[in-house]
Design a protein around this ligand. Structure first.
Ligand code: ADP
Length: 401
């Protein structure tokens, strides 16, 4: 069965085409700069060189049309007809409390996603544009939506509520939702498979650390707590986002610096984190390089970053009353030997024993980086959100095949 996975952002559309009989990626690509002049289309079919086209793509509808053309192109394509695609799976950021798992798209589901625009004004509208564009370009195809928040819907009230007036939860649904759920779900499953153990018997912390970053406490395969909250601003220090801070800093700064709400929001989301402390970059590679060359601010940014992550690991271990597996994933988690080392070095009291040689190995495979006698298994597991979206889509549509 052939499944197309789509991830629509405000000005971009990424796609991957899967053959679910062996989970092979047949083709993948992206349309960037949608609605701007000179949009860029990149497309790669397995085993062939990448194709790059500059074109005028005015909206998501035109982007999906372009993707359809690429997939069926005489030279660059892999399909003789779009009818070969059985279903399209979409990444949707916010499923609120309505969506606890992936679901087939129906008029009611679309209506509910629209109702949630308020909670994710930058992310849910483009996903909806993607869904509508597929309806226009491939009218008979089944569609599935997979939510970043869904995995965390198993959190109990004591971890998802904020200690503020309950009326705010009742009226506006202000609570912790958490994000990167598809990734936390995928890497926790892969880690258990690699260890040859059942998820049902494991207490796990998964650290998804890329430009955005969150960690999750997972008990028996179910999310128990996670560091992002109502929005993806809370929790760990990130590339340009502050993560946790005293909420009183917001009115205090607005008053002292005469900032508007939008300005302070932009400061915390776009001008904070690694970028703000290092004064160099939001990119962990550049931070580490500058730190190794003796830059003090880069070292401070690195130390704050790893300290804050370690604090969460300690807190979640206490929250779960134990820890069996610690997983690192995403750009920094999969690639930064230095971050993993700095975090694990000070977790020996929890039973974490990093194997320095294993930590240095570079690979695209899930792997153990702790010693054989470490009480906690520390792992690097490359994330693959697209594959999980393809799997969920397959599971939901195969009954109609
Ligand atoms: P996004 O959240 O945008 O998907 P990624 O998961 O791609 O981000 O992660 C991007 C981050 O990963 C950047 O901070 C980048 O510096 C970091 N990264 C990628 N490769 C390395 C590396 N070899 N060493 C350290 N950091 C790396």
């Amino acid at each position: 069965m052939i499944i197309l996975v789509m991830n629509a952002g405000s000005s971009s559309l990424k796609y991957q085409l899967y053959n679910m009989s062996n989970e092979a990626v047949l083709a993948h690509g992206s349309v960037e700069r949608i609605g701007m002049d000179s949009s860029i289309v990149t497309h790669e079919t397995s085993g062939k060189p990448e194709v790059r086209v500059v074109s005028e793509i005015l909206d998501h509808n035109a982007a999906v049309k372009k993707v359809s053309e690429m997939l069926t192109h005489r030279e660059h394509g892999v399909l003789s007809s779009l009818d070969e695609i059985k279903a399209v799976g979409h990444r949707v950021v916010h499923g609120g409390e309505s969506f606890k798992q992936s679901t087939l798209v129906t008029p009611e589901v679309k209506e509910e996603i629209r109702r949630l625009f308020d909670l994710a004004p930058l992310h849910n509208p483009p996903a909806m544009m993607g869904i509508t564009a597929v309806e226009t370009n491939m009218p008979t195809i089944s569609q599935v939506v997979v939510f970043d928040t869904a995995f965390h819907q198993t959190m109990p009230q004591e971890t998802f509520l904020y200690p503020i007036p309950m009326v705010l939860y009742r009226r506006h649904k202000i609570r912790r939702y958490g994000f990167h759920g598809t990734s936390h779900n995928y890497v926790s499953q892969q880690a258990a498979i690699k260890l040859g153990r059942s998820l049902d018997s494991l207490k796990m912390i998964t650290c998804h650390i890329g430009n955005g970053a969150s960690c999750a406490a997972i008990v028996n395969g179910r999310s128990y707590d996670t560091s992002m909250g109502l929005t993806p601003l809370e929790g760990l220090m990130m590339g340009t986002r502050s993560g946790d801070l005293d909420p009183a800093i917001v009115p205090f700064t607005m008053n002292k610096e005469e900032l508007t709400l939008n300005e302070v929001n932009s400061m915390l989301n776009k001008h904070s984190g690694l970028q703000a402390i290092s004064g160099i970059s939001s990119d962990m590679r550049e931070i580490t390089e500058s730190m190794n060359e003796g830059d003090k601010q880069a070292k401070l940014a690195f130390d704050m970053y790893t300290y804050r992550l370690r604090k969460y690991i300690g807190a979640y271990t206490a929250g779960m009353n134990g820890l069996d597996v610690l997983v690192f994933t995403a750009g920094i988690g999969e690639n930064s030997v230095a971050v993993r080392k700095a975090v694990c070095e000070n977790l020996t009291f929890l039973g974490v024993q990093l194997d320095e040689e294993r930590n240095e190995v570079r690979s695209r495979e899930a792997r153990l980086i702790s010693t054989d006698d470490s009480r906690v298994s520390v792992m690097v597991v490359p994330t693959n959100e697209e594959l999980l979206i393809a799997r969920d889509t397959y599971q939901l549509v195969k009954q109609f095949a």
